[in-house]
Design a binder for this molecule. Structure first.
Ligand SMILES: [Zn+2]
Ligand SMILES: [Zn+2]
Length: 368
């Protein structure tokens, strides 16, 4: 970055003209947005169902629950671990012939499942890309309110090493509530038989993570954890490919450029990928060097700089994989963007440096 460019960046000026994120601007910026539906601000009243516990809860609107085919619902699109009031942390739902599957469950996901009308009692299957808290923060809340509000079927979570422990720990966290309500309200659902964690190994070739009559999910290791960190821990990070009868959707997870991810995403209909503002990544690199100079080589700035993707890197992976469409989630925007004025244009232009297909900057509650 040149000196003048850096100065402008640091003053918060080096970003695409901020645009209010409206349907009109999205349509203007993202070329040929076929099949994109924004959830309207005023949703039709949700269908309500009586659960076994007798508690009314939101469910999929009838038209979506019965709609054949695959819908991608972006529940949370901001990069973690920060928290704000306008966007939720990582979470997406795939609704396949009316059956929802949850991919990641960062803070805010439970509320977004309600807001989107996907519902949370309907979630029987969860896939984790990795176990950073901006992808798992709402797991205990999801489990607790599934149990309390009358879900009696099992919920199975699939992910990398540590998923079983995370599920067991979440059950331990909600156990006091379970004990109180079991004694006081005559509950009969055994929490220990309801929530299950399953782990897959992270490798350089795709491994099958899950399959049922509607989806097949394969996983491959991405580059979110650098070798220096992997040497000191058993944890790994995954990219996921979900294939249904009508669509193939790849979730990159958090990652820097990854040849494995390119391999997994080959020819996919939708490439859901994280993105980090290029200026932020450069700034993180500089801060990392400063922190290293004071004796802290493995600092958070180094983590951000080395393990996330600039828009151009997203474009490179999308181009090499030959995907049909890029959807950006887990967005780490530039400074001073404020509220909803995310740098839609700069993200799209950055991806387009390397990729000529459709690019969509995701927003919470967008349905594709
Ligand atoms: Zn993350
Ligand atoms: Zn992460």
């Amino acid at each position: 970055m040149s000196e003048s460019r850096r100065t402008r960046f640091e003053r918060g000026l080096l970003r695409a003209e901020p645009q209010p994120v409206t349907r009109r601007n999205l349509l203007k910026n993202a070329a040929a947005l076929t099949a994109v539906t924004l959830v309207p601000a005023a949703l039709p009243s949700a269908a309500y169902a009586q659960t076994e516990g007798g508690i009314a809860t939101t469910t999929l609107p009838a038209e979506r629950a019965t709609k054949p085919g695959t819908s991608l619902v972006l529940l949370g699109t901001r990069a973690g671990p920060g928290i704000d009031l306008t966007r939720s942390q990582s979470g997406s739902a795939l609704v396949v012939d009316g059956r929802p599957y949850l991919i990641d469950c960062g803070y805010g996901t439970l509320r977004q499942l309600v807001a989107s009308k996907v519902g949370y009692l309907q979630i029987n299957t969860i896939f984790f890309t990795h176990l950073h808290d901006d992808h798992t923060g709402d797991v205990p809340a999801l489990f607790s309110f599934q149990w309390t509000n009358g879900k009696s079927t099992a919920t199975d979570a699939y992910g990398p090493y540590g998923t079983a422990r995370l599920v067991a720990a979440s059950v331990a966290l909600i156990r006091t509530n379970v004990e109180i309500r079991t004694a006081d309200e005559g509950r009969t659902v055994d929490v220990d038989k309801q929530f299950h964690g399953h782990e897959v190994s992270a490798t350089d070739t795709p491994v099958r993570m899950f399959a049922d009559d509607r989806v097949e999910v394969t996983a491959i290791e991405n580059t979110h954890y650098p070798p220096r960190s992997k040497a000191a821990m058993p944890h790994r990070s995954l990219a996921l490919r979900v294939v249904t009868k009508d669509r193939s959707i790849v979730f990159a997870g958090d990652t820097a450029y990854s040849a494995n991810l390119v391999k997994l995403a080959r020819g996919a209909d939708v490439f859901v990928c994280e993105v980090a503002d290029a200026g932020v990544l450069e700034q993180m690199e500089e801060r990392s060097k400063a922190a290293a100079a004071t004796g802290n080589p493995n600092n958070i700035y180094r983590h951000v700089a080395e393990t996330h993707s600039s828009p151009a890197e997203v474009g490179r992976m999308a181009s090499e994989a030959g995907v049909k469409m890029v959807v950006l989630n887990h967005q780490l925007a530039g400074p001073s963007t404020g509220d909803l004025a995310y740098p839609v244009t700069s993200f799209i232009q950055g991806v387009r440096e390397r990729y000529s297909g459709e690019v969509l900057v995701g927003q919470d509650l967008m349905v594709l």
